[in-house]
Design a protein around this ligand. Structure first.
Ligand SMILES: [Zn+2]
Length: 177
């Protein structure tokens, strides 16, 4: 690991604390921050008063295609890209701030927080890996999360074309719009 200055280290600690508070798993922390695994585990225990959970991270992009997850993922990704491209935040800061804003939006509108921080982080990885992209809805012209390949070009978003099983549709759509 490259040696970092005390100030940089303090900044990394504060980033780690913010991410842990938002629910980051060890894999997220280890891949985004330059602190050692031992320090991250210690920080995790101090912030959460428990050991970090073990186990695999979700790995399928299909999850983001179910209608409700798609609305939440699109909402988060809009916020993330705005912070990264317009507000010039770093990836980690855009992830942290974007996720916090997304969560605040859900709680202020009475929605369940459908996307946890790990899912939000994995989503960005799928975008960076060229698996997902934002696709323009052929009806409302809004952009939504979609597979980059094998897509019929004229596709409507789940808000314009919700599945018939979407029971909580009205509530979710109202809150997002
Ligand atoms: Zn639409």
């Amino acid at each position: 690991m490259p040696k970092i200055s005390l100030i940089e280290e303090a900044q990394e600690v504060s980033r780690a604390v913010a991410l842990i508070e938002l629910g980051a798993r060890m894999q997220v922390l280890e891949s985004e921050l330059s602190l050692s695994r031992e320090r991250l585990i210690r920080l995790y225990r101090e912030v959460k008063s428990e050991s970090p959970p073990k186990g695999m991270l979700p790995s399928s992009a299909d999850w983001y295609m179910t209608w409700q997850a798609n609305i939440h993922a699109s909402l988060f990704y809009h916020t993330y890209s705005f912070l990264k491209q317009e507000a010039r935040c770093s990836h980690v800061d855009a992830l942290t701030k974007g996720y916090r804003l997304y969560r605040e939006h859900c709680t202020s509108t009475g929605l369940d927080v459908h996307l946890d921080l790990t899912r939000a982080w994995t989503l960005v990885r799928f975008f960076n890996g060229g698996i997902l992209e934002m696709h323009q809805c052929c009806r409302c012209k809004g952009k939504f999360v979609s597979y980059k390949h094998d897509l019929p070009r004229a596709k409507a978003c789940v808000m314009c074309q919700p599945p018939s099983r979407a029971g909580k549709k009205a509530k979710t759509l109202e809150a997002v719009h």
